[in-house]
Design a protein around this ligand. Structure first.
Ligand code: AHR
Length: 349
């Protein structure tokens, strides 16, 4: 019996080892999958990484580890990166969808290292836990570019550049808008993004800090809706049924998808989103602009997902031996009322 257990144990260990070394059979393996609609639960089956593939001559090979497809914003980011790569004959993109799992991102990065890509790009699902794999990339002399989300400050030497938004500023702008909509007093619910994600940590920090200037506004409940519409709706439904939910005047959602879910929950509870309860969110997807036009959402703080052109320019600059700025910051705006309605026809995502 003990002998059989040992044989079994050895087999399991061998299987795990093989999958780590080859990157095979997991969701981490680079694919050329097209982006899915928000909340689409079933990602395309991943293809095994070909670690023996020859590098295409004259091309810059970029391995990109995407978080998943949790929101409309994420779909727009994936599309921007894939479209930009497709239109550029000097770029070869290896795309990997991690289905919201850090372990899949780590496997994908190991697979990119094994394939000797020129540049590794990643949108880290959470801030911490990257030290070991990024050290491996550094040892292999492959530069790493963070796209959209950051990692903890103590590991700043493990990446070359960060391309993305100032999430703290987004949180501050959301708080300013909320204070204005509430006439400086009221109770607010905060729907946070994925626990441990830089976008959630910093949007909360910016909002909470700015709210200290508005002592008559109280954040009565703050809970994660994981950046998805379905969870945003569920969380809002539960809050509306709880004692805190009986007297609320505002909802701050860390992204549009959760705000759109909350809007549904508020309507189903017989209240008017945008009027009875003011809603402020971050991202700026087309559907959020439509909700503003319909009077159901009050302000959207823009966060730019169209990062493909900047990413591949950065990869080319690196290849040409240029030094990149540590932070390539996105320019963003804030939209409410008529300004949002006027901008709607030209929204790109
Ligand atoms: O990291 C950016 C955030 O991630 C976006 O605001 C959100 O929609 C996405 O899922």
């Amino acid at each position: 019996m003990a002998k059989r257990k040992n044989v079994l144990g050895a087999l399991v260990t061998a299987a795990v080892f093989i999958s780590l070394v080859t990157g095979c059979g997991g969701a981490n393996a680079p694919t050329t999958a097209t982006p899915k609609a928000p909340d689409a639960p079933k990602p395309e089956a991943a293809k095994p990484a070909d670690t023996t593939a020859q590098k295409p001559a004259g091309k810059i090979v970029v391995g990109f580890s995407q978080i998943g497809a949790e929101s409309g914003w994420r779909g727009a980011e994936t599309q921007s990166i894939q479209d930009t790569a497709k239109a550029d004959s000097t770029i070869e993109l290896k795309f990997s969808d991690a289905q919201q799992k850090q372990e899949n991102q780590i496997k994908a990065i190991r697979s990119f290292i094994a394939q000797k890509v020129d540049v590794i790009a990643m949108a880290p699902v959470v801030e911490t836990g990257w030290e070991a794999v990024l050290k491996e990339a550094k040892d292999a002399k492959i530069p790493v570019i963070l796209v959209d989300r950051g990692i903890d400050k103590k590991n700043e030497d493990l990446y070359t550049s960060f391309i993305g938004s100032d999430f703290i500023l987004e949180g501050q702008n959301a708080a300013k808008a909320m204070a204005e909509h509430l006439g400086d007093k009221g109770n607010v619910i905060e729907l946070e993004g994925t626990v441990g994600a830089s976008a959630a940590i910093d949007r909360k920090k910016g909002f909470d800090d700015e709210m200290k200037k508005h002592p008559n506004i109280k954040i009565v409940k703050s809970q994660s809706g994981d950046f998805t519409r379905a969870t945003g709706k569920q969380v809002m439904e539960a809050i509306l049924k709880s004692p805190e939910g009986k007297d609320i005047q505002g909802v701050y959602a860390h992204n549009d998808d959760m705000a759109l879910g909350a809007i549904q929950a508020i309507e189903e509870a017989g209240k008017k989103p945008g009027t009875d309860i003011k809603i402020v969110s971050v991202d700026g997807i087309k559907e959020a602009f439509e909700a503003i036009k319909a009077g159901k959402l009050n302000t959207v703080v823009e966060c730019n997902p169209l990062l493909g052109p900047q990413l591949f320019q950065a990869a080319k600059d690196l290849k040409a031996g240029k030094e990149l700025p540590k932070w390539i910051k996105s320019n963003e705006d804030v939209f409410s009322g008529q300004k949002a309605i006027d901008a709607l026809p030209n929204r790109k995502y």
